[in-house]
Design a protein around this ligand. Structure first.
Ligand SMILES: [Fe+2]
Length: 475
């Protein structure tokens, strides 16, 4: 028998429009709005099997909650990469783990001109009232929130001297905070802020050599931006020399000759306030960070090394005994006067996709983090709620379900930090259907679930837009 997690790593090419879902139990009546999740849709292009989880062609899953009903739509993102894949059966640009279908001179030209993929499978962000599907790319693909149709493109690097912007950003008081990267002999990460309706304002620039760290996200506190600098990343010099011959970003991914550090940057001026050293780490996702007693406390899912990236090959994820890195939920103490970081284990992994009550707690002292936890195979098997102030943690699991990222949506009453629900798009492995689960965030008891008309691949990040907008960044 196939391992159950393989269901989450198989293509779903079917697109459904505006299907009303049957609900078991109930979703709260106050939950009005749209939940949009981004993630893989298709793992092959023409006759080529894509090699890495981050290569898959992006598909949006949308749920509209209105007057007690849930209507579902899914649609591939209409990127140029997607159109060329569908119409010509060809990989237009090198994907993180799969080389482009192109001649060596064409690959060389593209490498020299910094031509990047535009297939955005990581998540969704809102900018100036419009929604964009995003990844680590220069381009945001604009989508219609109701139909999920692709309606435009936006150069997210405009006004920034950069090759790409990170998919994860922060939003605080209507201001978007982001990092933009430029890769080359001298590589840089530029911290910028984007005021509503305005152009981005660069605040400061971190400068590296041709082997910069890979950054997926960063943290925002009331006074600081915290940038983790893992000792792993793509060696762009090696990549530039070998890209024409089919070497990929991930082939060139590995240890850097640089110490692992955290940079604490002043939010107002961009000035670097402190550099804090630590043992080697790799971080995709930060739950939260805040200041206390002369230090920033930063809670993140932490891997020991770069197998956090290389281990996410499709072949490994689909295997019967996947060899996967374990991400633990760890609190770092980062002194404001620099020095060495302290570490405290908040919850042993494997865990991933941490979320919080972002609107109420991001950047401030908080109590609860929610994570997808794994006890077998390559996909999560439960959802954990961790009280970061104490030893208490509770967990929800269904033996026939691989739950997705648990997105916290606050109740209008906002009577407590955990007054709300978690939305998690999972896979029911018995029915071979995807299901949208709704858990009470206080108790983790299941309130309701809605079964989709088909099975989807396991997704990445989601956003909820409505009157009780969680105000969440994609972090
Ligand atoms: Fe992410």
């Amino acid at each position: 028998m196939d391992p159950s997690w393989r269901l989450g790593l198989r293509t779903q090419a079917e697109e459904r429009r505006d299907v009303e879902l049957a609900v078991e139990g109930s979703f709260p009546s106050w939950l009005e709005g749209t939940f949009i999740v981004n993630g893989p849709g298709q793992f092959e292009v023409g006759g080529t099997a894509l090699e890495h989880w981050f290569d898959a062609l992006a598909m949006l899953r949308g749920f509209r909650f209105s007057d007690g009903s849930i209507r579902y739509t899914n649609r591939f993102v209409g990127s140029k990469d997607f159109r060329v894949a569908r119409e010509e059966g060809r990989i237009r640009r090198s994907l993180p783990g799969t080389p482009a279908d192109a001649s060596p001179p064409a690959r060389l030209y593209r490498a020299a001109t910094g031509a990047f993929q535009d297939n955005p499978s990581i998540g969704v962000v809102e900018l100036d009232g419009d929604l964009y599907a995003v990844t680590e790319s220069p381009i945001g693909i604009q989508i219609d929130p109701e139909t999920l149709e692709t309606t435009g493109r936006r150069d997210l690097t405009a006004g920034l001297d950069a090759t790409v912007t990170l998919g994860h950003t922060h939003v605080d008081d209507g201001v978007q905070w982001g990092l933009a990267a430029r890769f080359g002999a001298e590589s840089t990460y530029t911290l910028f802020r984007r005021d509503p309706g305005g152009e981005p304002t660069p605040l400061t620039r971190l400068v590296f050599d041709s082997h910069p760290p890979y950054l997926h996200s960063f943290a925002l506190t009331e006074r600081f931006v915290v940038v983790p600098e893992p000792p792993f990343g793509v060696d762009f010099r090696a990549l530039g020399l070998r890209l024409p011959f089919g070497v990929t970003f991930l082939d060139a991914f590995g240890p850097r000759d640089a110490p692992p550090r955290f940079h604490l940057l002043d939010r107002g001026t961009g000035e670097r306030v402190a550099v804090v050293h630590d043992d080697p780490f790799f971080i995709y996702h930060i739950a939260n960070a805040f200041e206390r007693d002369g230090a920033v406390l930063l809670d993140a899912v932490v891997f020991e090394d770069d197998t956090a990236v290389s281990g996410l090959s499709i072949e490994n994820l689909r295997s019967e005994s996947p060899d996967l890195p374990q991400g633990d939920f760890i609190r770092f103490t980062l002194p404001l006067d620099g020095g060495d970081a302290g570490r405290e284990l908040l919850r042993r992994g494997p865990v991933e996709f941490p979320t919080i009550n972002y609107g109420a707690s991001n950047g401030r002292p908080y109590r609860y983090a929610y994570l997808a936890a794994t006890d077998r195979g390559s996909l999560p098997t439960g959802i954990a709620k961790v009280d970061v102030t104490g030893p208490t943690a509770i967990e929800w699991a269904d033996p026939h379900l691989h739950p997705g990222e648990p997105l916290f949506v606050p109740a209008p009453s906002r009577s407590a930090e955990d007054d709300g629900v978690l939305l998690s798009l999972g896979i029911d492995t018995r029915a071979e259907r995807s299901v949208l689960c709704c858990l009470d965030a206080e108790t983790l008891s299941e309130r309701g679930r809605a079964t989709l008309p088909h099975r989807l691949p396991y997704g990445f990040h989601g956003q909820f837009y409505g009157p009780v907008d969680p105000g969440r960044s994609m972090a």
